[in-house]
Design a protein around this ligand. Structure first.
Ligand SMILES: [Zn+2]
Length: 275
């Protein structure tokens, strides 16, 4: 029953994320005006605005003008519902689950705006960075970097909240710093921009949620996904060599994988490397 409520709640949040995806990149309010058909402008009635269900019932068309309505809408809603459900099952009914559900929602918005328009809105990145730092105060530290540092600096261990906040700060700084170095290096070497500052800001946000180790793992995974898909796209020959890949989308996909599989992956690495 709780699982079902969380899933439905995720669908409703997903519906709101669709509004964010459409309106934040063009600097429109996410509250007003209410949803309307992008084709004929007719306001969407509440009974036609039920996540996933309405799109299926209307066969993906506007009730008034029958213009096609993108399958992106039900897919974003379903993805949000499923990710919220996964957060509940993996992290339990604890503050951690709320933190990761909020992170998932932020990543969905960034992943889709980057895919559609190559935009990673500052509003989402900075709001996310603030939320990541804030939520670290209410969740247990898992990264361990702040604890390691504190053990070398202080005689007595600081409170858990301070360690968790420290992990978030270090994660934000390290993940964004590394990407900034790569972007700067590429720019100096090639004389043109290879990666936008949006990716750097996105990783500051993601690093605040993930901490140092998982933040770096996300960059590794995102780069790997980007390379594989980039090579595939060029090999198929549908886009030229100068086709701009949505790096933020790959970072987002990497971050979602790290969210759920980062801990077992790091445990396995430590056992493997005997550290
Ligand atoms: Zn219409």
């Amino acid at each position: 029953m709780i699982a079902f409520i969380i899933f439905v709640f995720g669908l409703i949040i997903g519906s709101f994320l669709n509004v964010c995806i459409l309106r934040i990149p063009v600097a429109e309010s996410v509250v007003l005006p209410p949803s309307h058909c992008p084709s004929c402008g007719t306001p969407i009635k509440p009974y036609d605005n039920i996540p996933v269900v309405s799109w299926l019932l209307l066969a993906g068309r506007c009730r008034k003008c029958e213009a096609r309505i993108s399958a992106m809408y039900p897919m974003v809603e379903l993805a949000t519902g499923l990710l919220f459900l996964a957060c509940y099952f993996v992290f339990g009914f604890r503050p951690e689950a709320l933190k990761w559900a909020i992170f998932a929602a932020l990543l969905i918005v960034l992943t889709i705006t980057d895919l559609r328009e190559r935009i990673l809105p500052d509003k989402v990145n900075f709001a996310g960075l603030g939320l990541g730092l804030l939520l670290s105060l209410f969740t247990r530290p898992v990264d361990g970097t702040a604890l390691w540092l504190a053990n070398h600096l202080f005689a007595y261990p600081p409170p858990e909240a301070a360690l968790s906040f420290g992990d978030a700060l270090i994660g934000a700084g390290a993940a964004s710093g590394l990407l900034w170095l790569v972007a700067e290096g590429y720019f100096r070497a090639r004389g043109r921009e290879g990666m936008g500052l949006g990716d750097v800001k996105m990783m500051a946000m993601a690093g605040a949620f993930l901490g140092l180790q998982r933040g770096l793992l996300t960059i590794l995974l995102g780069s790997l996904l980007g390379s594989i898909i980039g090579i595939a796209v060029i090999a198929i020959g549908r886009k030229g060599r100068d086709f701009e890949l949505p790096f933020g989308t790959f970072l987002g996909a990497g971050a979602i994988l790290v969210m759920f599989f980062g801990s077992p992956a790091l445990d396995w690495y430590r056992a493997f490397a005997h550290v």
